[in-house]
Ligand binder design. Sequence first.
Ligand code: ADP
Length: 406
Amino acid sequence: MACNVNENLDSALESIELENQLARISKTILVMSGKGGVGKSTTAANLAVMMSLSGYTVGLLDIDFHGPSIPKLLGMENKKADMKGEKLIPLVMGDTLKVMSLGLLLQNQDDAVIWRGPMKMGAIQQLLRDVDWGDLDYLIVDCPPGTGDEPLSIVQILKKPTGALIVTQPQDLSVADVKRSVKFCEKLEIPVLGVIENMSGFICPHCNEHIDIFKSGGGKNMAESFKIPFLGKIPLDPEIVTASDEGKPFVYFGKKETADCFQKIIDNMLEVVEMNNKDEQKSENNTTDSEKSVTKFAIPLANNELCMHFGHCEQFAIIDYDENEKKIVNSDLQTPPPHEPGVLPKWLGELGVNTILAGGMGSRAQQLFASNGISVVTGAPVGKAEDLVKAYVGGNMETGINACDH
Ligand code: ADP
């Protein structure tokens, strides 16, 4: 039993660490494709390099566990990530690009990884939590092709990624494949930042004329039919293959024309990010003043009065106090899930609670609540929940000592 409690506490603290790390990452972009071989990893690697060259601090996380190609694409094939203390140190390119991939951790890059879904979820959590990413403007995630465990896990972990980029090729078949990625994003409510049509047309090395090899326009048509942005095309360029094989990002070492195409795509993507951001802010601002002025209190109860032993209370009073109307606008009783570390912060967080009035609470538990956006007032006296809320908002609640500081 004690062992169980410790394990639960460890996992609660690990999730705080993960939350803390994620809070330092401003935006996250998933790079996806319907099938393999369309140039998804090449796009992810070059996107990360170009954005870091533009001055952003960028992380590039490769979660394509069965075929991690980022190390090869960036000339890191023979390098390994070091540990410093408890943290893994990502490999750094230039000053502002940090790279992590399972390929940088395996003894041998060709070692096969045979993992089921939950193991992949655990590995992705570790690659976010235990890697010293520091502060990032953008984290770019190279997902494996398709809509399997890895993209699902990363979305669950990140909760709200900034968006997904979908890489496709001009042939109809891959356009059909990519539709699945779009549907996946729709289901999980991830904004699709746009579609990139790769290997689209060919720039003749002799006359620089653009020649369409496959039927052109599939990506654009598909984007229109799904009402998602079309970001642009990257031509089929043999120099990309050579550069990639040598571990050199083509946006830096390749042909200027191709790099320019890519830059345009990034500009378009950043515009979409900016637009989505503005829309989100607008809808946040549209939350009515009354919604904003309501504080949701939770008070642990036993025998209908505040219970001094927080973790062992029978019920919680959940009380909405409206600052504008200066009154309690809703009052409710909720039965908590069975007590174990980490459960109550999550549960009360999901109920939208902002403030807890408690007789006492240990500092670790308070930390857990803080990471769920809930502040804790300790030392509240025994009394009826509504009376305590009224006294607290009126500045009349007499707080004593933290009665249960363990
Ligand atoms: P994926 O991640 O979708 O499996 P990769 O990024 O590994 O695909 O690319 C597959 C192959 O296609 C690589 O050899 C890469 O160098 C090549 N490639 C990618 N994009 C282009 C392009 N625009 N022109 C020519 N070759 C490309």
